[in-house]
Design a binder for this molecule. Structure first.
Ligand code: PEP
Length: 250
């Protein structure tokens, strides 16, 4: 099996102030690091520049929470992947369930954004996940499989693609699927990638779990065979919790 670096990614969502970002990053840069673990922070757009400056002497990576599919143009309020790359980002999250719900982003939109990320030299973190009703109806693998098939662009490689499995009902709720359920979905995602891109690529793509990951459950989740890291919301806003999650990586 390919060696996959664990990715511990913090999605700050629409949280932070300049002052809070400084305090949080101070705590993160003081973290001594861990072999085989990569740490990523994804602040809101206005803080990308300042946070980028604060982490510039560290190994912490910078990412954004979304991007536009186009490289430039008349798209008021939007931000191009090229601009993110220019600011020092190496990752961008696309298709987070909050974007899919709040902004009506479809799989096709997410795929176009992921393509833009690849075009700009960024790694796309493509988010997928079922709703509670879909899980209750036994449709999880179908829904997630179809989201991956339709949201991941053709040019994806082990280097420029990360997939985050985030059950919608687990985000910010304190609830998580069982470890067996997480592993089942991750294995299915990897199998889907293998049938499209081949085993070598699929075995190299990192699959993150997201949804109420915290210090108390991180060790069990991160130990799963096909879990290669976490996409963390709430617990990424406290340096102590975020670094504890990173330390819990196997
Ligand atoms: C997220 O929104 O990506 C997320 C996983 O949030 P939380 O960790 O707060 O559930």
């Amino acid at each position: 099996m390919a060696e996959r670096t664990t990715l511990i990614a913090g999605n700050w969502k629409m949280n932070a102030s300049g002052e809070m970002a400084v305090t949080l990053i101070d705590g993160l840069v003081a973290w001594p690091g861990k072999d085989g673990v990569e740490m990523l922070v994804c602040p809101p757009f206005p803080y990308l520049g300042p946070v980028g400056a604060l982490i510039s002497e560290s190994d912490i990576k910078l990412g954004a929470q979304t991007c536009h599919a186009n490289a430039s143009g008349a798209h008021t309020g939007d931000v191009a992947a090229e601009m993110l790359a220019d600011l020092g980002c190496s990752y961008v999250i696309v298709g987070h369930s909050e974007r899919r719900a709040d902004h009506g982003e479809t799989d096709a939109d997410v795929c176009a954004k992921a393509e833009a990320a690849l075009r700009a030299g960024l790694t796309a973190i493509v988010c997928v996940g079922e709703t509670e009703a879909e899980r209750d109806a036994g449709k999880t693998l179908d829904i997630v499989g179809s989201q991956v098939a339709n949201s991941v662009p053709e040019g994806a490689t082990a280097e420029n693609l990360v997939v985050a499995y985030e059950p919608v009902w687990a985000i910010g709720t304190g609830r998580t699927p069982t470890s067996d359920e997480v592993q089942e979905v991750h294995a299915a995602i990897r199998a889907g990638l293998a049938s499209r891109f081949g085993d070598a690529t699929a075995n190299g793509v990192r699959l993150l779990y997201g949804g109420s990951m915290k210090p108390s459950n991180a060790q069990e989740l991160l130990a799963l065979a096909d879990v290669d890291g976490g996409l963390i919301g709430g617990a990424s806003l406290k340096a102590e919790d975020f670094t504890a999650i990173a330390d819990a990586a196997p």
